[in-house]
Design a protein around this ligand. Structure first.
Ligand SMILES: Nc1ncnc2c1ncn2[C@@H]1O[C@H](COP(=O)(O)OP(=O)(O)OP(=O)(O)O)[C@@H](O)[C@H]1O
Ligand SMILES: [Mg+2]
Length: 390
């Protein structure tokens, strides 16, 4: 089929041609938005799951829905390292300022917005870029530089305006496990205060499976502060629709066997579905796509994954990290004990704890329970086993 018309989009957070499944999370969020219009404020939401399962896509679609419903919807993506921390804080202030500007144009509330924008800018200067040395031409003091105080002040002021306006302020945070603990702690504290004082402020977070534990470690009440939901692979029926609907929209079709082969090979993982969908479209000479097309597409799609999705993680690892990752893969278990992995490296758990931590920090590995490790990337163990040992 004509590659120029190929509807499939393997990528990061790219809106898929058909967003399948996720009905529960979307309905839950719709309800949260609907209730906020009646000034009834529920808890924020946390979405967690493996790499490529569709967290960013879902988070973006919730943020768009919120904005369409009149919310001030701000999106940021957290980053793991020191440079990332400053960048994320600066981004938060900047995104707030531009979000408020968009909001004020939509709602025609220029004056309020100007004051809030100045406050958001003060937050950027005071917290993001070191001490607030820059003079702000305002009749209010610049940010204090204490992140807890500044963030609370900012959120209170914004929520106040939103409440009067009958809308809400949603902060959509991707890769939330990577937020620095000061900003995370401040956000959790503000969200906590917001629900006690009935401010329309909601943190909607997405991240790796470790995210709920990261939140609970930072603030013990975080467990009760959000509705948590695990984003997993799509059911076979939804996975089939994720392939079939876009093809049908372009006048094509699959034989049932072809669809089954592709759904099986994908394990229901959205990223893999997009990759296999893209491949079958490109290799099939005509519709309907049959089982032969599907088999070729699975080979092609796997090759594409081996060239991009997996190496992008593997190549970022140091040699020692790769040895650790290989040791996990070699156990043949989904969630091996850390001790077993260390033993496979001819070492002890304590001696390899640094490399274990660094693979966790890089988001390649997580700990599903105390003393166990697992890959965050579906199919990573098989990929590693296919790599030549050096
Ligand atoms: N519900 C869905 N139905 C069909 N395709 C989807 C769905 N959700 C996501 N996708 C597609 O899957 C791919 C991965 O999605 P996304 O980047 O949102 O995953 P992620 O969980 O954020 O991954 P990462 O952990 O690497 O950031 C994208 O190409 C996207 O278009
Ligand atoms: Mg993502």
């Amino acid at each position: 089929m004509d590659p120029a018309l190929n509807p499939f989009k393997p990528g990061s957070g790219l809106r898929p041609p058909a967003l399948e499944g996720r009905t529960r999370q979307r309905e839950e969020f719709d309800l949260l938005v609907a209730r906020s219009k009646n000034r009834i404020y529920d808890r924020g939401m946390v979405l967690s799951g493996l790499r490529g399962v569709g967290k960013t896509t879902l988070l973006n679609s919730l943020a768009e829905h919120a904005e369409r419903q009149g919310w001030l919807a701000i999106g940021i993506e957290a980053r793991p390292n020191e440079a990332g921390i400053a960048a994320v804080r600066a981004k938060l202030g900047n995104e707030l300022a531009s979000g408020l500007r968009r909001y004020s144009r939509r709602r025609r509330m220029q004056k309020v917005a100007d004051e809030l924008i100045a406050l958001a800018r003060g937050f950027t200067l005071g917290v993001g870029l070191g001490p607030a040395k820059v003079e702000l031409a305002l009749d209010r003091p610049a940010a204090s530089g204490d992140i807890d105080i500044d963030l609370e002040e900012l959120v209170e002021a914004i929520s106040d305006a939103m409440k009067k306006d009958g809308t809400a302020f949603g902060l959509f945070i991707d890769e939330m496990q990577d937020l620095d603990s000061d900003l995370l702690g401040a956000l959790l504290a503000v969200q906590h205060r917001a629900s006690q004082r009935e401010w329309p402020f909601f943190v909607i977070g997405a991240g790796l499976p470790s995210l709920p534990a990261v939140l609970a470690e930072n603030r013990s009440y975080a467990e009760r502060q959000f509705t948590y939901s695990t984003i997993g692979p799509l059911s076979p029926a939804d996975a089939a629709d994720a392939l079939d609907v876009p093809v049908r929209n372009h006048g094509g079709s699959f034989t049932p066997e072809a669809l089954e082969i592709l759904v099986d090979a994908s394990g229901g993982y959205p990223y893999f579905l997009q990759e296999f969908g893209k491949a079958v479209w490109n290799v099939a000479p005509r519709a309907p796509f049959d089982d032969e097309d599907a088999h070729i597409a699975v080979d092609e799609g796997r090759r594409a994954l081996d060239d991009g999705f997996f190496p992008s993680r593997w190549n970022r690892s140091s040699e020692r990290e790769r040895r650790y990752l290989r040791a996990i893969a070699d156990t043949g278990e989904d969630q091996p004990r850390s001790g077993r992995v260390a033993a496979a490296m001819g070492s002890t758990t304590t001696a390899v704890s640094d490399v274990r931590d660094s693979t966790i920090r890089k988001g390649l590995v997580w700990s599903p329970e105390h003393g166990r490790v697992a890959f965050t990337v579906p199919g990573m163990a098989d990929f590693i086993r296919r790599q030549p040992t050096d």
